[in-house]
Design a protein around this ligand. Structure first.
Ligand SMILES: [Zn+2]
Length: 194
């Protein structure tokens, strides 16, 4: 795994890039939580579920199917008319936030591969490029000299790219918003006064 906080950062960056302009706070909470949630299978790991099982660590909860399922549940829970977005865009943001977890894990230096196509195929996969130092499942082991090296590697390979993606999306959105405001102002000026 990459650390939970790092997964959450990736989820928030994806939400920033794909989410609507005006969303309630819980949109970000859902994106962050969905990106970190697949590691809930760590509970099964401690309870003795074999790593290589479909429901073992990096199994079902790290699959695209789980990401689609979680995105659908999140969309149903989220929709109450407060967001100015089409549902498929919200769904895509939740789906990619969840799926980003497996992609990042597949870029780590250790552990088993990711069951991308579970529960249909239990084959485990890594990406050919794996620059992120794997994070231990034990919190105690994380707070060690190796923990600092892991954070540094996540900073370079996840936090910085996430900041670039979110920053670019915000800049593009602002540039789109300015012409829209200007043309609305021009329309108002042309409108005859009563
Ligand atoms: Zn994971």
């Amino acid at each position: 795994m990459a650390s939970a906080f790092t997964h959450a950062i990736a989820g928030v960056a994806i939400g920033t890039a794909l989410g609507p302009r005006h969303v309630p706070t819980r949109f970000w909470i859902i994106c962050a939580t969905a990106a970190a949630l697949p590691d809930l299978d760590g509970v099964g790991f401690w309870l003795g579920v074999p790593y290589e099982s479909t429901f073992g660590h990096r199994g079902f909860t790290h699959s695209l199917f789980f990401a689609a399922l979680l995105a659908s549940i999140a969309l149903v829970a989220f929709r109450d008319g407060t967001a100015d977005a089409v549902p498929r865009r919200l769904w895509l943001a939740f789906f990619l936030a969840t799926a980003s977890h497996g992609v990042l894990d597949a870029m780590t230096t250790g552990g088993g591969g990711i069951a991308v196509f579970a529960p249909f195929v239990n084959e485990r996969y890594f990406l050919p490029w794996r620059p992120i130092l794997v994070s231990p499942m034990s919190v105690r082991r994380f707070f060690s000299a190796r923990g600092v090296a892991i954070l540094a590697s996540e900073l370079v390979w996840v936090w910085l790219p996430a900041a670039v993606v979110a920053g670019t999306a915000l800049l593009l959105r602002r540039r789109q918003a300015v012409p829209a405001r200007e043309s609305a102002a021009r329309r108002d000026r042309r409108r005859p006064r009563a």
